[in-house]
Design a protein around this ligand. Structure first.
Ligand SMILES: C=C(O[C@@H]1C=C(C(=O)O)C=C[C@H]1O)C(=O)O
Length: 363
């Protein structure tokens, strides 16, 4: 294969094969959809998707192929999304506006072709799921730098919707503008936190004296920058793409390692996998009595269950100081050892979801 033309002929032939195989795959996917419909089971099976990616990554390594895990994930997550839509199109509600980081997280899981619903608050995402106006919801739950999103925890405590998956996404900020030169920029839009996250960049590029205008979201900032050739925005790259504002600098955040954990909400229970996490809400009968939390945690310890997180929140139920605990642990709600703990704490534990342990996704 010496010439460009030869290579292109070979690529075309391979693409024809790939397409044939994809169509063959989709025929089987349709049958899976019918089987699931007959048995009334969930379309989205994150544990199966994760197992496929792991198997293919291993295959690729064994074959010494050029595709690494990130590349395989990028291709196959899109294939899964198209497959699920073929089985049954299901709407996904997310914390908007379009171009928000949550939108980016949603697209990374549900692909570009799904039926999305942008909502203006976390509360509306929960309400929409409860009213069955969408099958899935996606909201942020914590950031590695800023801590938990209190509204999400409080709504999980009240709502019947369950966590069915989690994912961790690096939060990268871009400096976007229609201006040709940095010196032409007279104002910068972003969310207040956006300015806070990019202080060093603004200093380095002598932009601290340029007018900074805080707006409701980084996506709104991108919209405003798209309308003014002398304005810039600090926003996500998806917002820049969506509102067609060219990126001047990428990854301008001060803290490169900042990750946000997002949860995917729905109304079903996942089957067990090899690598699960479970979230529960614990309302101890006497949360402030010395030792009551210690005793509760000791029961986990005795069963050899490892916790990944514990967070206390004011219950907002009583006048004084009364706390609830949000606990994440490794395992599934149906594990025998967790059922043993549950037996001892009847009435104190609410199950919030069991799901495959999430990984950091590349964006
Ligand atoms: C096809 C299925 O449904 C969905 C799509 C998958 C796929 O395209 O491979 C895998 C898991 C499910 O989220 C299935 O459950 O096997």
């Amino acid at each position: 294969m010496e010439t460009l033309e030869d290579c292109r002929v070979a690529i075309d032939a391979i693409d024809d094969e790939v397409l044939k195989l994809l169509n063959k795959r989709m025929e089987i996917v349709k049958r899976v959809g019918e089987i699931k419909k007959d048995s009334d089971s969930a379309i989205y099976r994150p544990e199966r998707e994760k197992a496929i990616i792991q198997r293919l990554t291993q295959n690729s390594m064994d074959q010494q192929g050029l595709l690494n895990k990130n590349a395989i994930e990028a291709i196959f997550l899109e294939i899964f999304a198209v497959s699920r839509n073929l089985e049954l199109p299901e709407r996904i509600a997310y914390l908007g506006p379009e171009g928000s980081f949550t939108h980016q997280a949603a697209e990374s899981r549900f692909g570009a072709m799904s039926d999305y619903l942008s909502l203006s608050s976390i509360h509306s995402v929960f309400k929409t799921l409860e009213a069955k106006r969408a099958k899935f919801g996606i909201v942020p739950i914590e950031n590695s730098r800023d801590g938990v999103v209190g509204e999400t925890l409080d709504l999980l405590a009240k709502s019947s919707v369950k966590i069915v998956a989690e994912l961790y996404m690096p939060i990268h900020m871009s400096f976007v503008t229609k201006a040709k030169k940095i010196s032409q920029i007279t104002k910068i839009y972003s969310k207040d936190k956006g300015f806070g996250q990019c202080k060093e960049f603004l200093q380095e590029y002598n932009l601290v004296n340029v007018e900074q205008i805080p707006v409701e979201s980084t996506a709104k900032a991108a919209i405003l920058a798209s309308k003014d050739p002398n304005a810039a925005a600090l926003c996500s790259h998806i917002a820049a793409k969506l509102y067609r504002v060219p990126t001047m600098f990428d990854r301008i955040e001060d803290d490169i390692g900042s990750l946000t954990r997002f949860i995917i909400l729905s109304d079903f229970k996942n089957a067990k996998s090899q690598d699960d996490k479970t979230s529960i809400l614990v309302r101890l009968k006497d949360s402030v009595k010395a030792g009551s939390l210690v005793h509760f945690l000791q029961d986990f310890n005795e069963q050899n269950i490892n916790l990944s997180k514990i967070e206390s929140r004011p219950s907002k139920n009583k006048g004084g100081f009364d706390y609830w605990f949000f606990i994440d642990f490794y395992g599934h709600i149906d594990d025998e050892k967790f059922q043993k703990v549950l037996q001892k704490h009847k009435g104190e534990v609410t199950w919030l979801g069991s799901y495959v342990k999430g990984e950091e996704i590349e964006v």
